[in-house]
Design a protein around this ligand. Structure first.
Ligand code: AMP
Length: 291
């Protein structure tokens, strides 16, 4: 049943790893709301949207049941709960992997070696589907926490757990064997609310904003002056510059060139632009890019 009162409801993690970046993303979309870890529901004052702060394990079900129209949750949780919620957009944060790891000195070296072993996990559904698809017969030992201790306690021969840097696994004498699932935070929706005549257009408006913020991430706006005859060389330095904005300057023969560059190649690009004849290079952050 879809929640009604005309306002969109978005469920987010109440308190945890995804909370801060979720709040930051929503604020970057121009949404004005008060957020406190105590409040279950925070209304936006400039958009028909209420934010519901709940346990992230509950988000897929809230969205499936229409208690929330939208949710922001890790794909790992989504996979494990196998709820009927449609993924609209991966959000580029909360990256982690669900991995099978084994003790450093284990004889287990490949996927096939897992046949006949016991694998401890808090992700039995996702692991079960993976093993079935890979035609591996292993016993899944369902655990509720401290998974990395299972091999040392002889409860399991391998574990399947969330890894981001791998340092926790290493500290516990484990070595990664293979990846079961790559995960990041995602925006998910109740399928019915997408076609609902009240919530559908609201979701579409919100999506345009989120896409615009994500599109601008990791990009910089670049402005420079250059002699007009240096343009061909400058275009070679920035291959994405197919149709640059070129503005004539008061000084004869000089132009201003504007473009967008990826943050990670910026310093390299800047040195080569200087060598190509550009000067007065200015770089500014971009908040949004609406396509
Ligand atoms: P938590 O706040 O620990 O409950 O984590 C919430 C979500 O953050 C998880 O469900 C994953 O989607 C994501 N995440 C990213 N890195 C990690 C990690 N190293 N361990 C656990 N969860 C992680």
């Amino acid at each position: 049943m879809l929640a009604t009162n005309g306002r969109l409801k978005l469920a987010l993690q109440r308190s945890g790893r995804l909370t801060d970046e979720t709040i930051q993303l929503l604020r970057s979309c121009g949404l004005a709301f008060e957020h406190s870890r105590q409040a279950l529901s925070s209304p936006c004052s400039n958009f028909d949207l209420d934010l519901l702060a709940i346990r992230d394990d509950d988000i897929p079900e809230y969205v499936q049941d229409g208690v929330a129209h939208l949710g922001i949750v890790g794909q790992n949780i989504l996979s494990e709960k196998s709820a009927r919620a449609r993924t609209l957009l991966p959000l580029g944060f909360g990256q982690c992997r669900l991995m099978i790891s084994v003790p450093q000195r284990s004889r287990l070296r490949s996927l096939r070696d897992l046949n006949g072993t016991r694998i401890g996990t808090t992700y039995p559904v996702t692991l079960g589907a993976f093993l079935k698809a890979q035609k591996v017969r292993a016993e899944i030992v369902k655990l509720s926490g401290s998974v990395e201790l299972a091999p040392a306690l002889n409860v399991a021969d391998a574990i399947c757990d969330i890894v981001s840097t791998g340092s926790t696994a290493r500290m516990n004498g484990l070595r990664p064997l293979l990846t079961v699932l790559e995960s990041q935070a995602a925006l998910v929706a109740n399928p019915k609310s997408l076609s609902d005549k009240r919530t559908g257009p609201l979701i579409e408006r919100l999506l345009i904003r989120i896409r615009a913020v994500l599109e601008a991430r990791g990009k910089r706006y670049l402005m420079m002056n250059a002699p007009a005859d240096a343009l061909p060389k400058i275009q070679k330095v920035i291959p994405s510059l197919k149709s640059p904005t070129v503005v004539p300057l008061a000084a004869t023969g000089m132009v201003a060139v504007h473009s967008v560059v990826a943050e990670d190649v910026f310093w390299d690009v800047m040195e080569r632009l200087k060598a190509a004849g550009a000067s007065d290079i200015v770089v500014v952050p971009i908040e949004t890019i609406v396509r």
